[in-house]
Ligand binder design. Structure first.
Ligand SMILES: [Zn+2]
Length: 299
């Protein structure tokens, strides 16, 4: 009897000591989140926006003359050099719209990859969230950057913009979308509807890059194209041109978001049952491009 108990105890100890051989394979999100700095490799986005990682990423400085990075504790102010350049340029452009600059939310983790919380994309260092808040000041302390909430520009019923929306928001988004480096920008449908209403007929082409999506009522999400020569970077399909049949996307596909979509939120249609697909937060390293192992292992 005593021997049996001893055997059970030592077995338990063995299991505790050797979690790798018995536990589930580690999730990529945990592995990427645990690394504090970038890989010492040439800069390169690898894979797709929602299944990839970033080599040789660069940090967006926490503060600059026309921007502040928010929620510094998340350590997600990292991106490809092209993204950092773009954000700094856009923060300067925002001053033309009368803003002091920009409050910039999450970019990517130091080596990109899936993150344990928040975004499903933002994995290659080409995505960034920008707050709708026109910065009242650009000397927020680290503590203030944790606590301050982003400005919400949409009504609670999700159908239109609220009183926080201004012409300067439109100007900042137009500057953001008109940049050649941008692939698309995600905003709440109510925001795009408002922009479709107020843009002049002659000057609507840039609206093609503004894409409606759920959420995104307190920030807009900029996604850059794969930079030239980035052979491991996967372009997103369908393109914004395909999605809008070459137009500006101010059509019934936009109306869907404030009609059928909202109805289905209240009365969700029954989904066909079947095995649940693994999402980015559950990815293991084998789900990512092979080169991401090297990114994780690099100095
Ligand atoms: Zn985002």
């Amino acid at each position: 009897m005593k021997n049996l108990r001893l055997l059970a105890l030592s077995l338990a100890a063995l299991l505790a000591l050797a979690p790798c051989s018995f536990a589930k394979e580690a999730r990529a999100a945990q592995l990427f989140a645990a690394v504090a700095g970038p890989s010492s490799q040439a800069s390169q986005p690898i894979g797709s926006y929602s299944r990839g990682c970033g080599a040789g990423m660069v940090e967006l400085p926490e503060s600059g003359p026309t921007w502040q990075a928010m929620r510094l504790s998340r350590n997600r102010n990292w991106g490809q050099p092209v993204l950092i350049d773009y954000l700094i340029d856009l923060s300067q452009a925002a001053t033309q719209a009368g803003w002091r600059g920009l409050y910039i939310g999450d970019l990517a983790q130091p080596r990109g990859g899936p993150s344990p919380s928040g975004h499903l994309s933002h994995q290659t260092g080409l995505d960034a969230d920008i707050w709708y808040t026109p910065p009242p000041r650009l000397d927020l302390s680290a503590g203030e950057r944790e606590k301050l909430g982003a400005m919400i520009v949409r009504t609670d019923d999700q159908k239109s913009v609220n009183g926080n929306w201004t012409a300067s928001h439109m100007a900042v988004l137009k500057a953001a979308a008109s940049d050649k480096r941008v692939d698309r920008i995600f905003v709440a449908a109510a925001v795009k509807i408002e922009m479709c209403k107020t843009a002049t007929a002659k000057d609507k082409k840039w609206l093609q890059k503004i894409r409606p999506i759920y959420g995104h009522h307190d920030h807009f999400h900029v996604r850059l194209k794969c930079p030239a020569g980035a052979s491991s970077c996967e372009t997103q399909t369908p393109t914004v041109s395909e999605l809008s049949n070459g137009g500006d996307g101010c059509d019934e596909t936009l109306t869907w978001w404030v009609t059928t979509y909202l109805d289905e939120l209240k009365n969700p249609p029954k989904k066909p049952s079947g095995p649940k697909k693994r999402g980015p937060r559950e990815y293991v390293m084998a789900d990512l491009p092979k080169a991401c192992k090297g990114v994780l292992a690099s100095d």
